[in-house]
Write a protein that binds this ligand. Structure first.
Ligand SMILES: [Zn+2]
Ligand SMILES: [Zn+2]
Length: 167
């Protein structure tokens, strides 16, 4: 992927690059370039944050022409296969969440108590990744999952503790 080189692309240029990648992929796989697939790609790249396929389907249908649930599921599978969408399994929660992947390298902080997921980016992490001996791997993208108890939950927990001690 051209992820690293295109780090500072604007939204419009990202969409252009992403569509080009998708076209290349569909051609290579001998798949049809249907307007529904491109509309979904564009919609996904207009979204911020994480989503599940079922909500994507409902949102998409609300805003656009009729599209079948199967087409939505199938298109997301294709986008995963060509690395334009990334799938996350945060913690042991049953369902998977997805997000756009191109030009979108970042990390996730996950609270094991309230299950909140926050994103962060850090230059130090980035420079360390590029210094690591990765057995010849040419890095395209990466994502760290950092689990713990968030500040809000820590506060609540210490309040609960205080109350317990009083009683
Ligand atoms: Zn994310
Ligand atoms: Zn929390």
């Amino acid at each position: 992927m051209l992820q690293k080189k295109n780090e500072y692309l604007s939204g419009e240029n990202i969409l252009f690059a992403v569509e080009e990648n998708f076209t290349h992929y569909l051609q290579q796989q001998g798949l049809r370039k249907t307007p529904e697939r491109y509309a979904l790609l564009e919609y996904i790249y207009s979204k911020q944050g994480h989503w599940d396929i079922e909500s994507l389907y409902y949102e998409f249908v609300k805003e656009n022409l009729q599209v079948s649930r199967a087409t939505v599921y199938n298109t997301v599978e294709l986008l995963l296969d060509c690395n334009l969408v990334i799938k996350h399994q945060f913690g042991n929660a049953g369902s998977c969440l997805y997000e756009k992947a191109y030009n979108n390298t970042h990390h996730h902080i996950i609270c094991s108590r309230c299950k909140s997921i926050r994103e962060f980016n850090n230059k130090v992490v980035k420079s360390i990744i590029h210094l690591l001996p990765l057995r010849g791997l040419r890095v395209s993208h990466y994502s760290l999952y950092i689990y713990g108890i968030c500040a809000k939950c820590n506060k609540e927990l210490s309040k609960e503790k205080q109350l317990k001690n009083k009683n």
